[in-house]
Design a protein around this ligand. Sequence first.
Ligand SMILES: [Mg+2]
Length: 246
Amino acid sequence: MSFLAIIDIDNVVIDTDRHKADIFLKISKIVNQEISEIKRRYEEFRTKNGFINMSLFINTLSAGNEEIANNIKESLKALNFQNYLRPGSLKLITSLQKQGEVIFYSEGAPADQLRKLDETGILDLLKNKHVITFEDQNQNIRDYIEGGEKLPGIIIDPNKDSNISLFIDQIRKDYDQIMYIDDKGSIVERLAEKECLTFPIFIDYGKYSTFKPNNKKVRTFKTPLKLSKRLPIFFDPEIKNRQKRK
Ligand SMILES: [Mg+2]
């Protein structure tokens, strides 16, 4: 039996919302602007660029003032992602590795995403540390897949939303079971509808937590810890039956 788990990063294993709130607070002190104004500019930057590249965003905020830019950069460096690891994340990864392979698939700026995995110790846990990134929106996973290269352990893809199902279609023949874990419930549900997943998992946390999945196969958990506690039943449904009989 071969198993693959595909895990998202932000608001799944990293508390990105709390990290962001701390960033906004620090920046607002440095540039002497309201937190709401920093937030507004952040969202504006995201809409314009598709995702956040922190160092480009800092350049925008500091408007060419190098001292301010450096102050922001230094204070953000001091926020170690170790403090933003969501409960049970490391346990979830090691438990899933007992079943098979674990990879990460995420949007975002490659440098930022890799720093999150590195500072939290997740990178150390991964058996497959091969990273592929598509920093240029014109590069895409289709070319990569068609190139027939081996499965990477970490994929950072700005077009994840549209590429993820293509990716899973390509690799599903190699696995008996695929688990997909994401806080963006709409992606989880879309993949569940296509019936290409054994375990579609919605992490109900952060800005997408208002999402209510309609598909019965989608299972919802608040934290990686809660999911990891449930894993024995996923992989051995007999456990549940035995408990019922008791
Ligand atoms: Mg996410």
